[in-house]
Design a protein around this ligand. Structure first.
Ligand code: ATR
Length: 275
């Protein structure tokens, strides 16, 4: 049987096995997809062992940079992101790495949520791996401006320079901003600690600004609850991005694009039911 997996540490919480099983069922593909807990100090060993038989892997925290280093060749977008969340064994046995996170976010924002980001002002909160993985795709939507705001401003500045040739991108501190944005994307890991990035509420224009938290949970995330309390027109969470990045991976592995909307609806129902 064709074997795929997702590597992470921890990995028990991962929804990727279920997403890919649903994609396989829906498209009539026969495959096996398992979660694999890789040791923190030996991702390469775990990956090599898997790829003696396996055909493809997703890679989640904290191994996306390790996967980038392991791949024999990476896509241009993975090189820009400096991270790989997708590995595929090629016919000659070499490993090809890609990054489908940015495409996943943009599909969720445009195809699922129906947003048109052209000429919009976008604020991206955070400048870590999660932010870096989506900047190329956000700029590809031709926004009027993309501002990367981070607690450590120097990191945001480095990122802005790294992507400057792709569009109008600038760096900022959280409290330097005062004009409202059309879209605010939270890519900080603050919510893991139950914290909020300290941005002024004036950045939300009541009834207009859309807020997107890359995290997701059963109810509103802390960031989205804050956004709604300040009048955000809509709040979206990262469950759609997760399903869309998986759909991109499935397409590359199997040559068929699954219907992600029905899988997203199933996952959302299960999340609300606490399954
Ligand atoms: P990830 O891969 O999830 O992006 P990361 O690379 O460790 O993880 O980056 C975490 C991001 O969340 C960083 O932008 C970090 O800000 P700093 O660069 O200043 O560390 C941001 N972050 C984490 N906790 C935060 C908090 N409590 N408030 C604001 N930003 C926070």
């Amino acid at each position: 049987m064709d074997r795929y997996c997702v590597f992470g540490n921890p990995i028990g919480h991962s929804k990727s096995p279920q997403i890919h099983r649903l994609f396989a069922e829906q498209t009539g593909q026969t495959l096996r997809y398992d979660p694999i807990l890789a040791p923190l100090d030996d991702f390469a060993g775990a990956a090599r062992a898997f790829f003696s038989e396996g055909l493809g892997a997703n890679v989640t925290l904290p191994f996306k940079e390790d996967a980038y280093a392991l791949a024999d060749e990476v896509s241009e977008r993975a090189r820009r992101a400096g991270a790989v969340n997708f590995l595929m064994k090629r016919a000659d046995g070499s490993l090809y790495g890609d990054n489908t996170d940015g495409a996943g976010l943009v599909s969720d924002l445009t195809a699922n949520a129906g947003l048109d980001l052209r000429e919009r002002r976008i604020l991206l909160l955070g400048a870590g791996g999660a932010a870096r993985g989506v900047i190329e795709y956000l700029l590809g939507q031709q926004p009027r401006a993309l501002v990367i705001a981070n607690r450590t401003v120097a990191t945001a500045e480095k990122l802005a320079q790294h992507f400057a040739d792709l569009g109008p991108v600038a760096a900022s501190g959280f409290d330097w901003l005062s004009e409202p944005f059309d879209l605010i994307v939270n890519a900080t890991s603050a919510s893991l600690a139950g914290e909020l990035p300290p941005i002024p509420p004036e950045l939300i224009q009541p009834g207009h600004t859309v807020c997107y938290d890359m995290m997701y949970g059963k109810g509103l995330t802390a960031f989205n609850a804050w956004a709604e309390a300040h009048g955000a027109a809509r709040t979206l969470d990262g469950l759609g991005m997760l399903v869309e990045q998986a759909a991109e991976a499935f397409l590359q592995w199997r040559g068929i694009r699954p219907d992600s909307a029905s899988v997203l609806a199933t996952l959302r129902e299960q999340l609300l039911a606490g399954i």
